[in-house]
Design a protein around this ligand. Structure first.
Ligand SMILES: Cc1cc2nc3c(=O)[nH]c(=O)nc-3n(C[C@H](O)[C@H](O)[C@H](O)COP(=O)(O)OP(=O)(O)OC[C@H]3O[C@@H](n4cnc5c(N)ncnc54)[C@H](O)[C@@H]3O)c2cc1C
Ligand code: SF4
Length: 322
């Protein structure tokens, strides 16, 4: 690890000033310290943001709930009101990594975590994401990679919270150039879709302040499949959220994670589900639509049937039948 300065900040203005071009925000440190130790990034200053006031709270508004970016994944998992109001968010949080990691991992750090591609994580491999010439995964070991991508990098977004936040239509409030900017989850990752160098749309000084979740969708569910039951990222994750009125779905949203550089939503599937009574045939057709354009690689074709099954099961879970 290269040497760096360390500063604890108490205001967002100091945080931005200190992080500048070459510093890095430090929250729980689960991802950042690994990146530094493996020489994947270097930072001249680590800016400890955990003392920033007001960002560690979950607030329950009438129409919108606010989750501060320093709220830990365990806080979400253990919040009884979240479990009741956004069961899918509780399930996604409870599936992250391990209890020890959830205790310190923050919402901001979870959303901004870097690629898990093993070529990217290898300090001696200079792939496209590290300004090299080649994506080694494309014709190499691509078991954990994307079924969809907008550029030559096939590393997927692996934040479980991003998957459920997308289905809940949550908005990230980001401090950019001193102003609060609202970003949908699609916007938060759009740059990773377009640009192989990007992990998300944030610049070095952009600071996620909080996430706002509208209370419009009263039902939500989340499922993931992983190699290991704990201490592992999802091979595929799926989140669904909706309201059910008169037995019919209203404004449903289905999202897949770990299969694209952005949380994957297909508008045609959401529109198809809208106004339908949920049954196995409906859920199956939605899954067909969501995966219609998937482009599996040599080692990750197993993700297609896995995602198909997860979509069906997550949707049926909204009715409480799985
Ligand atoms: C074995 C293992 C299994 C895992 N499984 C899962 C899983 O299933 N699902 C999942 O979602 N995650 C999983 N994780 C990842 C883990 O959840 C993340 O590493 C963690 O959430 C990062 O949060 P942190 O607060 O520790 O971030 P840090 O490591 O402190 O920061 C991560 C990145 O985010 C930036 N950052 C931090 N806070 C902000 C902010 N407020 N605004 C802007 N940028 C910020 C940092 O500069 C850094 O680049 C796993 C991790 C491990 C080690
Ligand atoms: S998938 Fe992306 S991160 Fe992985 S080797 Fe290819 S370019 Fe690098």
């Amino acid at each position: 690890m290269k040497s760096f300065q360390y500063a604890t900040v108490h205001s967002t203005a100091s945080a931005r000033e200190l992080v500048a071009d070459k510093g890095a925000y430090l929250a729980g440190g689960n991802d950042l310290l690994g990146l530094l130790k493996e020489y994947l990034i270097s930072a001249d200053t680590l800016v400890n943001i955990k003392s920033l006031p007001g960002l560690n709270k979950i607030e329950h508004g009438r129409n919108v709930w606010t989750i501060g970016s320093l709220v830990t994944v365990a806080q979400i998992e253990n919040d009884a009101d979240i479990k009741k109001t956004f069961p899918g968010l509780h399930e996604a949080a409870a599936d992250v990594a391990s209890q020890q990691i959830r205790n310190v991992a923050t919402v901001g750090g979870n959303l901004a975590q870097h690629s898990r591609c093993w070529y990217f994580r290898h300090r001696d491999t200079q792939c496209l994401k590290k300004n090299g010439d080649l994506c080694y995964a494309r014709n190499g070991e691509n078991r954990y990679h994307s079924l969809f991508t907008g550029n030559s990098c096939i590393s997927p977004v692996v934040s479980s919270l991003a998957t459920i936040f997308t289905s809940l239509d949550a908005t990230a409030i980001v401090l950019r150039d001193g102003k609060e900017t609202r970003m949908s989850m699609a916007e938060l990752y759009q740059r990773a879709w377009e640009n192989p160098l990007a992990h998300n749309s944030l610049s070095n000084t952009d600071l996620i302040l909080r996430v706002e979740i509208p209370t419009t969708r009263s039902r939500s569910a989340y499922l993931q499949a992983s190699d290991k039951h704990a201490f592992d990222w999802a091979l595929v994750s799926c989140a669904a959220a909706t309201t059910i009125e008169g037995g019919k779905l209203k404004s449903p949203r289905v999202t897949l994670g770990s299969i694209s550089p952005v949380p994957h939503q297909v508008e045609a599937a959401n529109s198809f589900l809208d106004g339908k009574v949920l049954d196995d045939a409906t859920a199956t057709h939605a899954a067909d639509l969501i995966l219609k354009d998937a482009k599996p690689l040599e080692h990750n074709a197993y993700k297609v049937p896995l995602a198909h099954a997860l979509i069906r099961r997550t949707l049926l879970k909204l009715k409480g039948e799985v």
